[in-house]
Design a binder for this molecule. Sequence first.
Ligand code: ZN
Length: 411
Amino acid sequence: MDTLSTHYARLLGLDDSWRVDAVDLRLDERRVEIRLVHVGSGVFCPECGQSCGLADHAEERRWRHLDTMQFTTELVARLPRSRCPEHGVKTIVPPWAGKHSRFTLFFEAFAIEVLQAARSVKAAASLLGLSWDAAQTIMDRAVERGLERREVTPIRHIGIDEKSFGRGHDYITVLTDIDGSRVLDVAPERTQAAAEAVLQTLTVEQRQEVVAVAADMLPAYANAVANQTPNAKLVHDKFHVAKHLGEAVDQVRRAENKALQSEDDDRLKGTRQLWLFNNANLSPAQRRRFTAIRQNGLKTARAWAIKEEFRWFWRHVYSTSAEQFFKRWYAWGARCRLRPVIKVAKMLKRHLPNLLSYFLYRITNATSEGFNSVIQALKYAARGFRSFRNYRTRILFFCGKLDLRPRLPCH
Ligand SMILES: [Zn+2]
């Protein structure tokens, strides 16, 4: 048993102040219990780090450790309490676990890897033999650790984007570092206050150093950008423009479909996706149908053509030629007699300077778009959780590029 104790002491990276007192193999319960005893004389105050006297030992506690073969393994110990002249009696943080944690650092590090690989908290929790709450706690701590470690570096190009959250029309505001391809933070709702809140997670210096911000045409976001990032130029990117034009096409289609169906004409029935999807993503059968209805002189086809034409805007090299293109496009869009399309065309004209600024900075919300599938999956995988806080944790856990792992003793 002596060699086994030494083996565990080494594995846990314990110093001289701890001794493995017993390794209890409970074969019937498929459990291993490792009992640790504090044998050091002095301790350090967890508040100020001062070396101070030992007051007593706290109640016995347990920490889940990495399994030994297929056996659940736990550490059991009474933690010493320090008596600091300034802070009084405090329970020390053991070398094998974080403050208040019920898991060892090794277990947390392993759990973080499993959670990241599994992409579903439920699947990971079941693999690890953890409850949903315990898995969430490990993620909370990991994100907290990652945010604490995150360095304050200049971030030149940022994106502010809204994503739907929950079943209804709840939204969150997401701040991304475009060059670093990471989510910096999220806030509930898509208001000016929300946008200002996420921007304020950057330091004052960082905000002053932001050169350009990719965002939608919402006045709330424009105001927040003007207030918080005074030196940044606003860029309305192609993803947002495409979204607005796509919604206009869909409104035209819905109205026209209703009118056609009242005359028993089913041409537009079930065609929503044909108009919204990229042609390349359609099946051969869908493509044949689409080609046929596109050439039918329908209003929807006209709206769609106007939307498609706008894609050429982004391919210009200089803003001067893009502006020329816009004038021609606008002449078409504003006179098409399709109210939803006219509305978007006018909106684009109002925001033209911030559309043209794309040619100076060439930033888009592609980073944020790239996280869409992950964020959607988190939303659906998390049907049971309603709280924004957990949702934020998960987004930062998977999309924040944070240094999440605890530092391990002896490694
Ligand atoms: Zn102290």
